[in-house]
Design a protein around this ligand. Sequence first.
Ligand SMILES: C[S@@+](CC[C@H](N)C(=O)[O-])C[C@H]1O[C@@H](n2cnc3c(N)ncnc32)[C@H](O)[C@@H]1O
Length: 300
Amino acid sequence: MQEEKLHIPVMLHEVIDYLKLEPGQLIVDATLGTGGHALEILKRISPGGRLIGIDRDEDSIEVSRRRLSDFTGSFELVHANFADLDQVLSRLGIDKIDGIIFDLGISTFQLKDSQRGFSFQEEGPLDMRLDKGSYISAYDLVNNLNENEISHMLWSFGQERWHNRIARVLVQERITQPISSTTQLADLVVRAIPHRYRRSYYRIHPATRTFQAVRIAVNRELEVIENALKKAVAFLGKQARICVISFHSLEDRAVKHTFRSLKADGLINIVTPKPLTPAASEVEANPSSRSSKFRVAERI
Ligand SMILES: C[S@@+](CC[C@H](N)C(=O)[O-])C[C@H]1O[C@@H](n2cnc3c(N)ncnc32)[C@H](O)[C@@H]1O
């Protein structure tokens, strides 16, 4: 694996500190990715510790398996949706854990693989499935939802200001040909946005929000957060911690509300009343970390 394709773990020092890691602990990494957080966790829970790594993406699991090989015997990697955390842990005979980390979204490893279709900067098929075994791809949504549904998706999951215009352009285009590649979709989005806004309004590429929205819809990413966090808390031992890194406001809102509701139920204390953000030095070294927000809670 080329180093530049590996995902740089975000807020690594904060994750390590807030998990209060000690040798012998059992920690779950619910979003293993290419194992950046997992590797540092394993170093600190060894000897005697055990890490359970979960990911929806089999390719990422394989990369991690190689990367973590110095610790073989101390970890189990499971191809699953973290929405099924309870089943994954029960199957492994686990009823109590000492900490869990969720690092939501997608990794650089997935983004940089043009064949996965996550990037508007590289030509690739319109796929965007985190789990290659799931049925619905970005192609299916973009070519089959009606104009209102596309518009709604772009607004709800991307907060895209030009959702109506983009939806109209996509629906018109597919009358003549299906929308089948990432760059085709990105070009259509740019075309749909009024000229004068293409540069000034967007500090980011104009297709960023559309791609985010479609990806979230394909993988039903927001739907599972609340349930998964609640399941995770049910497994935490007393004073064990749950750490969550999110990358956009919709995810962070889901985390914040779930933590509040778990606190109201007397199950957790919130350790970070306001989310932590990466230090300026981290953002400089790894610009993709810039929008991350980190929240931590502790089981009562
Ligand atoms: C930001 S990356 C994690 C990077 C990882 N912390 C590292 O250091 O390499 C997010 C990962 O979560 C996975 N993922 C996203 N949603 C998931 C879900 N519902 N269940 C399991 N894995 C999921 C993605 O496939 C991706 O590999």
